[in-house]
Ligand binder design. Structure first.
Ligand SMILES: [Mg+2]
Ligand SMILES: [Zn+2]
Length: 255
């Protein structure tokens, strides 16, 4: 069992905004670096969690877009680099990033794999824990979908769902058997949730953390509640045509 504690974070919908796809009539992950918008509060939240509280911060994300030819592998890397850069400019960093590139219905054959890493499976979390000396039971997984909650539960983490509780979400939680331990409306509220749970912030000289911020009280979810909730809460910008050409290259950090 590991000694370190981690806050695992999903990428799309947690670190960066989702995009409204007119053609598909639904909200989805960005397909290009141009579409990807890092939420403005993310760098500070990551810094408070990592530098302020001493958690490792590790990205855990399903990214089947390359396998579906929605974007190239190069674009995928540019998108990750954009998120990474924003966090670095805020004075922090990710300790590691894990992406599952597989999909059971992938167009690109080599990614058409029934892998162990695609959430809701816990593979990426287990792998990340092993490689980064993480104690999963004392770690958190913050995601915006019920697959994140499920993966976190299966890995033995404490789970935090980003979203707003609705009746529909509650029904989906019940149906999926995926009730998160906590709910917050965005990653902005994660540091205060953690403080409220007794995770003290370290006041280092280089940190300008504000430990006096009020504790987020939207904490504990009522029993039997929720699901993705993307459509309700997103004010997604319309998708613009981005590069959708395919040029798959072999790359994955898991599976
Ligand atoms: Mg997500
Ligand atoms: Zn996978």
């Amino acid at each position: 069992m590991g000694r370190e504690r981690a806050v695992f974070v999903d990428r799309d919908g947690v670190l960066n905004d989702l995009v409204y796809d007119r053609e598909e009539g639904r909200v989805s992950s960005p397909f290009s670096v141009r579409e990807l918008r890092v939420f403005p509060y993310v760098p500070e939240a990551v810094k408070r969690i990592r530098e302020g509280m001493g958690f490792k911060v590790i990205v855990i994300s399903n990214q089947p877009g390359v396998s579906k030819r929605q974007f190239t592998h190069a674009e995928f890397e540019r998108m990750n680099a954009k998120v990474r850069k924003a966090v670095r400019e805020g004075g922090s960093a990710f300790d590691a990033e894990y992406y599952c590139l597989h999909h059971p219905h992938a167009l690109v054959k080599k990614y058409r794999v029934d892998c162990d890493c695609r959430k809701p499976k816990p593979g990426m979390l287990l792998h990340a824990a092993e490689e980064n000396d993480i104690d999963l039971r004392r770690s958190y997984f913050i995601g915006d979908a019920l697959v994140d909650v499920k993966a976190g539960q299966r890995a033995g983490c404490r789970t935090v769902l980003v979203g707003h509780f609705t009746t529909m979400l509650g029904r989906m939680m019940e149906r999926e058997g995926a009730t998160p331990d906590y709910m917050i409306s965005s990653l902005r509220d994660a540091p205060s949730l953690l403080i409220g749970l007794g995770e003290r912030e370290r006041a280092g000289p280089r940190d300008h953390v504000d430990a006096t911020r009020p504790v987020q009280t939207d904490g504990r979810t009522p029993p039997e509640r929720a699901r993705t909730a993307h459509p309700e809460r997103r004010t997604a910008s319309p998708r613009k045509a981005g590069p959708r050409t395919s040029s798959p290259s072999p790359w994955t950090l898991c599976g």
